[in-house]
Design a protein around this ligand. Structure first.
Ligand code: ADP
Ligand code: ASP
Ligand code: MG
Length: 409
């Protein structure tokens, strides 16, 4: 039993849908197959824009109802193409798949999958074509799992069904040392640990949805990222860190260009203030990333600066302006033209020279670092958005990420 997932570019046109159907049919000759499919091409972007043209602040329930239609189109078309190839196939939406999520719109987590119906179809010899990115609340309202969430549907179904493999078919040949569309010399990696992939996904390597990686790690699912257009290539396998053969101090670099920065100025310096500010943001479900607090000369006030996802900027700014008025801060500044450039590698904390080299190389190239944060296996710098891609290429060169493995064991 295997799960195959096909992203938007892979089903962009009817010709591509036919290509996908032939990949699925080939797999179905040997195994039971669940094929998870995303919306065609840029359909989700289009629907999102449409909603924002229809309404200044689209109702979140209705927005999810609208976005979910993208995947309903593509699954029906893929099932039809499979029928034309002589295969028995049935398309199922999130609700029909028995996927229950939290009662939250736009980024709901899957809480349960009732696979009864799905299994009945598989047992009867059907290929199930499953709509990615969607589920339903316990009350039956349609929800979506966040942008890129079809990966999560695929891994969650693989876990629920005990599938042996979960193949993520996409428009690149696997996971590279950097986005191959940005860094032409980026190297395809044969294997990546769940931990590294989780960090990469969180810092903007779009190739896998972070929750898909979390679920894969939790359930030890053998996820393989591979190309729809060159399906004969093996792609990249996700593995446990203990199974990895090779470690390199720096294994990947990514830019997240969906960031924004907010600052709240001259905040009175007293206990409980940070709790109040970030509590207000949490109430609006805004996730905050890097946080920097800088004090002024007289030390009675601080500036607090942090980053958020650009899609949360308006919500965050409103919440912050209210908090500023309440606590007597001077005001709020917002900057959309920022990006976060991150390097990932095992044991970065133990190698202080890595961070120093990264900062120096960016400095020598005239790229100003505006904020920095680090974890055990990640170093992130906020830079101007216009410098982001150049910074990624500089760092990729600096650490010789194009060089073949093994460099160091
Ligand atoms: P899909 O529609 O198939 O889900 P996505 O656009 O979500 O595809 O993800 C694939 C894209 O991820 C690639 O086209 C590539 O530009 C981008 N990407 C960013 N970082 C990486 C990386 N390290 N390795 C591979 N692809 C990456
Ligand atoms: N169609 C959704 C999106 O564009 C989900 C996905 O592609 O994974 O975000
Ligand atoms: Mg994707």
């Amino acid at each position: 039993m295997i799960v195959q997932k096909f992203g938007g570019t892979s089903v962009k046109s009817l010709a591509r849908i036919k290509n996908v159907a032939s990949i699925i049919a080939r797999a179905a000759a040997q195994d039971s197959v669940v094929a998870v499919v995303s919306a065609m091409g840029d359909t989700t972007d289009y629907l999102f824009k449409l909603a924002h043209q229809a309404s200044d602040a689209p109702n979140r329930r209705e927005l999810d109802a609208l976005l979910a239609t993208g995947e309903q189109i593509s699954v029906a078309l893929v099932a039809m193409a499979l029928n034309d190839l002589g295969a028995r196939a049935v398309s199922l939406t999130g609700v029909q798949l028995g996927i229950t999520t939290e009662s939250i719109h736009a980024a709901a987590r899957i809480v349960d999958i009732n696979t009864d119906r799905l299994r009945r179809y598989l047992d009867a010899g059907f290929i199930v074509v499953a709509a990615g990115f969607q589920g339903a609340t316990p009350e039956g309202d349609v929800t979506t799992l966040g942008r890129g969430g079809s990966d999560t549907t695929a891994v969650a179904l693989a876990a629920a069904l005990g599938a042996s493999t979960c193949d993520i078919f996409t428009d690149v040949s696997g996971v590279y040392t950097a986005d191959p569309n940005v860094v032409p010399t980026a190297r395809l990696r044969k294997e990546v640990s769940y931990e590294e992939m989780l960090e990469l996904a969180h810092v903007g390597a779009q190739v896998l949805h972070p929750r898909a990686v979390e679920l894969a790690r939790k359930h030890k699912i053998r996820v393989r990222v591979r190309s729809t257009f060159e399906p004969e290539h093996e792609g990249t396998i996700l593995k446990g860190a203990d199974e990895m053969e090779i470690y390199r101090p720096v294994s990947g670099v990514t830019a997240d260009r969906h960031q924004a920065r907010l600052a709240i100025l001259k905040v009175p310096d007293r206990p409980g203030i940070a709790g109040e500010i970030f509590g207000a943001l949490a109430e609006h479900r805004v996730s905050v990333d890097m946080i920097i607090q800088a004090f002024h000369e007289d030390r009675s006030v601080n500036d607090i600066t942090f980053t958020v996802n650009r899609s949360d900027l308006n919500t965050a700014r409103t919440a912050l302006e209210e908090a500023a008025a309440r606590i007597g801060a001077e005001g709020v500044l917002a900057d959309e033209d920022v990006a976060k450039v991150s390097i990932i590698g095992a044991g970065l904390m133990d190698q202080p020279e890595v961070a120093a080299r990264m900062f120096s190389a960016l400095g020598q190239a005239g790229i100003n670092i505006e904020m920095i944060s680090t974890s055990q296996i990640r170093i992130s710098c906020v830079v101007a958005d216009k410098d982001a891609e150049r910074a990624v290429r500089i760092v990729h060169d600096l650490f010789h990420l194009d060089a073949q493995e093994p460099l160091q064991s």
